[in-house]
Design a protein around this ligand. Structure first.
Ligand SMILES: NC(=O)c1ccc[n+]([C@@H]2O[C@H](COP(=O)([O-])OP(=O)(O)OC[C@H]3O[C@@H](n4cnc5c(N)ncnc54)[C@H](OP(=O)(O)O)[C@@H]3O)[C@@H](O)[C@H]2O)c1
Length: 373
C-alpha cells in the first residue's frame, strides 16, 4: 500500500476531504499518516481506519520524505515553506495540493479529471509528480459549462462570483459568526426593544461602522455586507482571484485557442457554496433548449434548474447546494447583447467539487495506476 501523508486534514477543505474519503472507503487502500503544523504528538483522528499513530510534525522533512504521496490542504504558506525544501532532499513522491502556490508551474497539472483526465494520465505516464486542485470557482464553472466546452462552443466568458466565507477558511468563518454575534447583541440588549425597518437598519449600520468588530481574517466587515475584493491586487486592476479565472481555466483546458475569461469576484456572507453569474459568448446562436440539453448531458453532476420563480428560490441557492456534489445551473436565458450571448446562474459546493473532490479523485487515479503497474 502506498504511504500517504495528510497535512491540513482539520481545516475546512481537509475535513470535507476526510469525510469523502471515509464515504468512499479510500483509507482501506492506503497507509495513512496525519501531520499537523500545530498539534504534533497529539492523537491522530481515531475515525480513520487503521490509523494508530500520533500526529506527526508537518515541518519534519525526514518524516515527510518517507511518504510516497503527500496530500496538503494546509494552505499556500505551508506549501511555500516546505515543498521546495522537501524536493531538495531528493524526495520524488506525488504532491497533491489544494493551495494555489504551484498551480501555474510548468511541472504541475491542475486537476479536474472530468475535464482533463487525459492531461492527468499523460502527466502520470511522463513522470509529472505535482497535482494541484484548481481555484474553487474555476473548477465549479468548468463543470457547469462542460457541455458547451466539450463541443468547443464557447468563445468568451464573463463571470461575477458570490463566494461564501468558508472559501476563506475555518478562522474566517469563525470571525463572520463573531461579527454577526456582535451585531445581534448590539440590537438585542435586555432593556432595548429592537427597532424595526429603517430604524433597525440605522442601529445595525451604527453597530457595524462605529464598533470595534473583529476583521483580522476577513479584512473587512462582512456581516450584513459584501466585499468585492478577494486576495491581493495583480496587474490590470484585477484581484488575484480574478486573474486565476483566466489563467487556470486555460491551463486546465489546454487548447490551442485561449478562451478569454473576465471576472469580478465578490465575498458574500453566505457560509458554504459559491454562486456565479455567467455571461457566455458562444460560437453559434443556440436556443436556450439547445444550451440546456448540452449542459445537462455532459456529466452526472450538473443539475439543471428550470428558469421559474419557485424552482429558482428553492433549488438555485447556496443552502440547496451545500454538502452536495451536484452543480446547479439555472436562469439560462438569451441576452439583449446579441444572439450569440447566453446568461446563466450556477451554484456548487466549493468545498467539494471546488476543492476536496478533485484531490480525492486524483489520489484515487494514482492508487489505481499503482495497483496496475
Ligand atoms: N476553503 C475553500 O473553499 C478552498 C477552496 C479551494 C482551495 N482552497 C485552498 O485550500 C487550502 C486550505 O484551505 P482551508 O479553507 O481548508 O483552510 P483552513 O480551514 O484555514 O485550514 C488550514 C489549517 O489551518 C489550521 N487551523 C487553524 N485554526 C483552525 C481551526 N479553528 N479549525 C481548523 N483548522 C484550523 C489547521 O492546521 P493545523 O492542524 O496544522 O493547525 C488547518 O489544517 C488553502 O490553500 C486554500 O486556498 C480552499
Amino acid at each position: 500500500m502506498l504511504k500517504t501523508g495528510f497535512i491540513g486534514w482539520r481545516g475546512v477543505v481537509g475535513s470535507v476531504l476526510m469525510k469523502r474519503m471515509q464515504e468512499e472507503n479510500d483509507f482501506s487502500r492506503l497507509d495513512a499518516t496525519f501531520y499537523s503544523t500545530s498539534q504534533a504528538g497529539q492523537k491522530a483522528p481515531s475515525y480513520i481506519h487503521g490509523s494508530k499513530r500520533n500526529l506527526q510534525d508537518a515541518y519534519d522533512l525526514s518524516s515527510l520524505r518517507t511518504q510516497d504521496i503527500l496530500v496538503s490542504t494546509q494552505g499556500g504558506d505551508y506549501t511555500e515553506k516546505v515543498y521546495a525544501k522537501l524536493r531538495e532532499t531528493g524526495w520524488h513522491g506525488f504532491w497533491i495540493d489544494a493551495a494555489s502556490s504551484l498551480r501555474m508551474n510548468k511541472d504541475s497539472i491542475i486537476v479536474l479529471d472530468p475535464i482533463n483526465a487525459k492531461q492527468i494520465r499523460k502527466g502520470l505516464a511522463s513522470g509529472v509528480k505535482n497535482y494541484i486542485g484548481g481555484n474553487c470557482t474555476v473548477s465549479l464553472m468548468l463543470l457547469a459549462i462542460h457541455g458547451l466546452l466539450e463541443e468547443n462552443l464557447v468563445d468568451a466568458i464573463q463571470v461575477s462570483t458570490y463566494q461564501a466565507i468558508s472559501g476563506a477558511g475555518a478562522e474566517a468563518m469563525n470571525e463572520l459568526f463573531q461579527q454577526f454575534d456582535y451585531m445581534t447583541r448590539q440590537m438585542l440588549t435586555k432593556d432595548k426593544v429592537p427597532a424595526k425597518g429603517l430604524g433597525l437598519e440605522k442601529d445595525i449600520h451604527y453597530a457595524l461602522t462605529h464598533c470595534d468588530l473583529p476583521t483580522n481574517k476577513i479584512n473587512g466587515v462582512l456581516a450584513a455586507n459584501l466585499l468585492p475584493w478577494i486576495d491581493k491586487a495583480v496587474d490590470g486592476g484585477r484581484t488575484k482571484e480574478e486573474w486565476k479565472g483566466h489563467v487556470e481555466t486555460n491551463k486546465i483546458l489546454d487548447r490551442a485557442t485561449v478562451i478569454p475569461v473576465d471576472s469580478t469576484c465578490v465575498r458574500v456572507a453566505t457560509l458554504r457554496s459559491h454562486c456565479q453569474s455567467l455571461v457566455l459568448k458562444l460560437k453559434e446562436d443556440l436556443s436556450v433548449r439547445e444550451v440546456e440539453m448540452r449542459l445537462q448531458r455532459a456529466n452526472p453532476w450538473v443539475h439543471l434548474i428550470p428558469n421559474e420563480r419557485q424552482d429558482t428560490l428553492n433549488y438555485l441557492t447556496p443552502i440547496a447546494a451545500a454538502d452536495s456534489l451536484k452543480i446547479k445551473v439555472g436562469r439560462v436565458r438569451k441576452m439583449n447583447l446579441g444572439p450569440e450571448f447566453v446568461q446563466m446562474f450556477t451554484v456548487g459546493d466549493q468545498l467539494l467539487w471546488g476543492a476536496a473532490e478533485p484531490l480525492r479523485r486524483t489520489l484515487k487515479i494514482i492508487l489505481d495506476r499503482n495497483e496496475t503497474l
